[in-house]
Write a protein that binds this ligand. Sequence first.
Ligand SMILES: Cc1ncc(C[n+]2csc(CCOP(=O)(O)OP(=O)(O)O)c2C)c(N)n1
Length: 560
Amino acid sequence: MTQTVARLLAESLEAHDVDQIFCVPGESYIGLTSALIERNSMRLVVCRHEGGAGYMAVADGRLRSRAGVAMVSRGPGLSNAMVSLHSAYHDATPMVLLVGQVERKDFGRLALQEQNYSKLLSDVTKQVIEVNEPEQASEAIARAFHIAESGTQGPVAVILPEDIFDETTDAELNQARGRMAAGPRQADLDRLAGMLAEAERPLILVGGAMLADAVADHTAFADLNRLAEEWVLPISPTHRRPQLFDANHPNYGGYMGIRVPPPLISEMKNADLMVALGERLTDSVSQSYSFPAAPQPQLPLVHVWPDANEVGRVWRPDLGIPCSPHEVVKALLQRGAPRDAAKRKGWVSGLNAIHRKLLAKEWDATSDGINFAAIVCEVDKHLAPDATVTSDAGNFGSFIHRYIGFRQGQVFLSSVVGAMGSGVPMAVAASLRRPGTQVVAFVGDGGALMAGNEIATAMQYGATPILVISDNSMYGTIGMHSYVRYPERPFMEGTRLTNPDFAAWARSFGAEGITIRDESEIASGIARAFAVKTRPVVVHCLTSAIQMSAWRRYQGEVLP
Ligand SMILES: Cc1ncc(C[n+]2csc(CCOP(=O)(O)OP(=O)(O)O)c2C)c(N)n1
């Protein structure tokens, strides 16, 4: 059938179950936008910044375990979206970014807003697919989704010249390619089962690929729990994956975040085996490449990740299994636990006791504003079993990981590379994808004004996130780093912020605005926020700068 490229692209997106695209419009792809609007088979979410649109697609991708889709204009639009590609690439999150391009006759002339995307995006995408022939448009979409969703998942950019959309073609529609997954080899499973049977003090890290498996198949959580219980194993969710294991489960072995608190990490270092189950392994989960040490780990390491290129890339594992982590869990369950698994009971309960102590809802009073611990603990009381929590980047986030006891079934979203500006758009996307459920975004005063404009998008499409802003009047994380590294030097002027009244700012969008000035206002303020439900809420919390993070206080007490 002869049809326009725009129509063929729309049908191809439909064939990949795309029901929502996040975009900032641009003249370079107006041929596609108008065709999509006319066809009306998917929701176009028009955002305020391409970074916001990109993060919404990243969040949507993670929520569905399919590639989230964003659409941006050439040059400036794409440049704004780069930060979301960077996050998706490092975080192995599937994403397809459609990018408008100058007309084909002008290629290479430095035409208005022209960029060479194959060069520009080479280190933030798995692949850049330039569509210059109408006949290849549908094939390009199918390839983009396949590459984004398989192996180490990640972002793929599809570049579409402005003059291609109205051309006609009789090329066939390319249907979605089936998901492919490699299973574990028997010999590898034998070795893994043997290593696990022998180990007296194993550590099991669970990471992002396990989460992707769990979104695709909900039995993954139940299987992981059974494995922990029957094989007597401690389970440690990794950096920004706290929802992978119930914080109150007796087999919870402690959160393997960026800087694991000393009592926990020193006990973890007594391990005699580490199994990274669906964790890519980066500096963020290895205490800056020290545990396990890179490239040669100081303890036997088993690395399970669905991509042979990744296993062994930085670390030299004793056993690498390039497959789905859930498949490994299922295979181990089928084999049955070793008879003497109970020998590990003391090890598991020892780690768990340290973890429980760290999770205790205790904090010290602060004189210069609220200790953010008090806010986070109050929010935790209201969180439903299916709530979504998003976190922007900043020290306020340390309170989330210290004080919220996440449960399987709850959702946690953030930029794993720690990019500011991700928290609010991710919350908007989560609220759109999961209407009627609670969505709470934690943001600093820095991040709030980096991407908080997407409250307008929330208003426009009926999303109802609660944004909890920790306003300590500074880029606190950087102040803390400066203070720790150069204690003798001043740091405030390089990090201080003068802020608006965030509650009034929220009201100007039509959202609810609540201000919490001291501890006595916390319970009623947070309860009010959760009661709103029908529109976005901003909770402006005037927080302490002295309490630099959940674990560190400024010693001089009064900041200069
Ligand atoms: C896009 C981006 N720019 C800069 C940074 C560096 N950075 C990390 S945390 C931080 C400060 C965050 O400040 P705020 O949002 O106020 O939270 P706080 O640390 O005070 O809790 C900065 C500037 C970053 N991670 N991402």
